[in-house]
Design a protein around this ligand. Structure first.
Ligand code: TYD
Ligand code: MG
Length: 443
């Protein structure tokens, strides 16, 4: 018998090599290669489903056939609910609440739901369900990890919504690699996508996230699905944020905020009020109106600057990129005479949300300057703008949306980038062009 041929696949990005490699040349990950037996099925690159050609008007009918998830904020973030056949990946760290959310969605969903669990037993889910006060008969729980058997039950059960919890636990007989490997994850996602597209059945696929914050298994998963939801929050804090990071049927950057309580997740209707509720106006605290989509959220950016404890000063962040912090410290030194090279600097986005948009730069810079100078900023102030290397403040998107939200919560002054003319009645807006100007204005 011929020796089965094998290949080595990077478990982080899906890069394939004939030999084992210590470091992936594609994504740079160390020790990520796993030997996998070459798959028997077609696999590889192929169209995920058979589509049809039809006039644009008929496609738009599909969009209007959206169905609700039972959570108004989640529906809004998705662009108005689920489209028939929509494949939604919901990614997040273990224990964050993915299964809880999907069980609640299953309960509130208007049609028949098939909940496939490869992680927990039926009893475990039932116990969670009774804790959540869920008892709807229509949720069918199917604890199973074999893809072929899941396909059979899907065929006979014919649900209106499918939940697959989680993609990493499900395996196909057609491949010899173990569940959770890149080949398996890809195969499962392809086959489920194929079925759901042909039936017009919407599906939530749960994806676990690695410590580094990547979706465990491959990036390829993100390419297969229509929508990627990122579940964020601190495990020991009660708020949870679902962020839309990819959406073929709506805009990205949308968020839905929840509160985790004794009876599961509850919608938070006023996220801004929620995130700034614990704010104490003190040196190092600045309010930043965050938005990457239509929904703005006021966030508190906190900085703490103090004499370095060790010879190498520390730079630590939570919810903000630490490399970006180094850059901002360098800009503050060069352009605003704020010296922190002998100081430890800590930056935190209160509430634990991770902010990636560059508009937060200026708020971070102001928070650092405020802590360094031990001087509070105006209590009714919000700040936003991107920082360039020369200390220039650059324009950002959604200025008006940000200002309106700030005004709604009683903020009366704003420092914003010059250029884009914006103004909201009843608010004093300072348009600035450099970080030096901001520091002169405030301190
Ligand atoms: P879970 O949904 O199991 O997380 P995931 O599927 O993302 O791994 O999250 C469970 C966590 O949430 C667990 O730490 C307990 C907590 N929890 C509550 O606080 N209240 C509740 O009503 C439920 C069901 C869970
Ligand atoms: Mg779970």
């Amino acid at each position: 018998m011929a020796k089965p041929s094998t290949r080595h696949v990077c478990q982080s990005c899906g890069y394939v090599s004939v030999r084992w490699l210590g470091r992936c040349p594609s994504c740079g990950e160390w020790n990520s290669f796993v030997e996998e037996t070459l798959q028997k099925s077609s696999g590889g690159v192929r169209a995920p489903f058979q589509s049809v050609a039809k006039p644009i008007g008929e496609w738009s009918k599909e969009d209007s056939a959206r169905v609700g998830t039972g959570f108004a904020n989640l529906d809004a973030a998705l662009g108005g609910g689920l489209v028939p056949g929509q494949v939604v990946l919901i990614a997040g760290q273990p224990g964050i609440g993915k299964s809880t959310l999907l069980l609640q969605v299953s309960d509130r969903f208007s049609g028949k739901v098939l909940y496939v669990s490869g992680e927990e037993s039926g009893t475990q889910i039932a116990v969670r369900g009774s804790r959540l006060g869920i008892g709807k008969r229509d949720i069918v729980i199917y604890p199973e990890t074999n893809l072929e058997r899941i396909e059979e039950v899907l065929e006979s059960n014919d649900p209106d919504l499918l939940v697959l919890d989680s993609v990493q636990t499900i395996y196909s007989d057609k491949l010899e690699s173990s569940s959770g490997s890149v080949s398996q994850v890809r195969e499962v996602a392809y086959r489920i996508t194929e079925i759901c597209k042909s039936k017009g059945l919407p599906v939530f696929i749960v994806g676990q996230i690695t410590k580094e914050g990547n979706i465990a298994g491959p990036k390829v998963l993100e390419h297969i699905v229509d929508t990627v939801l990122q579940f964020e929050g601190e495990r020991f804090n009660f708020y949870r944020v679902v962020k839309v990071v990819k959406n073929r049927f709506g805009s990205t950057g949308e968020v839905a905020v929840f509160k985790m309580g004794d009876r599961g997740l509850e919608e938070v209707e006023e996220p801004s009020a929620f995130f700034i509720s614990e704010r104490r106006s003190s040196p190092g605290s600045v309010v930043f109106p965050h938005t990457e989509g239509s929904k703005p959220i006021l966030l508190e950016v906190q900085a703490l600057v103090l004499p370095a404890l060790y010879t190498t000063p520390q730079r630590k962040t939570q919810g903000f990129d630490v490399n970006r912090l180094s850059l901002i410290l360098a800009i503050l030194e060069k352009e605003a005479n704020i010296f922190t090279r002998d100081s430890d600097v800590f930056v935190n986005v209160a509430g634990g949300l991770t902010v990636k948009e560059p508009a937060v730069d200026l708020a971070v810079a102001v928070a650092i300057a405020s802590s360094k100078k031990d001087s509070k900023v105006w209590e009714d102030l919000v700040v936003f703008g991107e920082l360039g290397l020369g200390g220039e403040v650059r324009a950002v998107h959604f200025g008006d949306i940000r200002l309106k939200e700030a005004k709604r919560f009683g903020f009366k002054r704003a420092i914003v980038p010059k250029g884009a003319e914006m103004g909201v009645e009843g608010m004093e807006v300072f348009s600035v062009s450099s970080v030096g100007e901001v520091v002169d204005l405030l301190f």
